[in-house]
Design a protein around this ligand. Structure first.
Ligand code: UDP
Length: 218
């Protein structure tokens, strides 16, 4: 059975995740090709040694099984593309770097991208298309929703719940919750780079600083 794998997005995120995708296939002893998909491409190109094409051209490729990692940081775009892939019968592909540490009972849904030096501790639940960028960690008993994005170096401590579409900026640190009172980062909230989050963050707001405070929209 012929299989074709793809990294969707050939910008910064995609080009950094392609080597992770190669590690994933090598571990699976799978010699299939990995291509880039990027809708900005008009014709088939070569990017960092891989064929690159738009989605229409990918659909026309003859492989029997296709699996795609959506390597685009914007979670709304990831969701839209995930819906299209599901309609077209294409699998969401999870990839992780060779040196990722996964402890006990980490349940991670399809489409995850775990970059080099990521650690996922024990008893953790993570939704669809999670991105954990370089050196991020998720400590014990966290519950993470769908389409959540961690920039590099996010420190997500124990008993934290992060709802769908939240974005956590580079180097942000989130204080641990407790089993009966988890710290909650609400749906679609944005945590700024380097923020130190000491209490729950409501849905949809942006917080920055130490201690992190809501940025009022003008
Ligand atoms: N892109 C795409 N299809 C879409 C939306 C985005 O192929 O429906 C591509 C876009 O052309 C760009 C990449 O995804 O090359 C997103 O790159 P960007 O620099 O915005 O962000 P990154 O996620 O790489 O940080």
């Amino acid at each position: 059975m012929t299989q074709l794998y793809a990294i969707y997005g050939a910008s910064g995120c995609g080009r950094s995740l392609m080597p992770v995708a190669r590690q994933q296939l090598a571990r699976d002893n799978d010699l299939s090709e990995i291509v880039f998909i990027d809708d900005a491409l008009i014709e088939i190109a070569q990017i960092n040694g891989h064929r690159a094409m738009n989605y229409a051209a990918f659909i026309n490729e003859s492989a029997e099984v296709k699996a795609v990692q959506i390597a685009i940081a914007n979670s709304r775009v990831r969701e839209k593309i995930a819906q299209r892939l599901e309609q077209d019968g294409i699998h969401l592909w999870s990839i992780q770097a060779d040196n990722v540490v996964l402890m006990d009972q980490a349940k991670i849904a399809a489409g995850a991208a775990l970059s080099p030096f990521v650690t996922i501790a024990s008893n953790i639940q993570i939704g669809k298309c999670f991105h954990a960028n370089l050196y991020s960690y998720v400590e014990h008993d966290c519950v993470i929703g769908d389409f959540v994005t961690f920039a590099p170096g996010v420190k997500c401590n124990g008993n934290i719940h992060i709802e769908d579409h939240a974005y956590i900026g580079a180097g942000a640190m989130i204080k641990q919750g407790t089993p009966d009172q988890p710290l909650v980062i609400g749906r679609g909230a944005v945590v700024g780079m380097g923020a130190v989050v000491t209490k729950s963050v409501p849905a949809g707001v942006t917080v920055v600083g130490n201690p992190a405070r809501i940025v009022e929209s003008k």
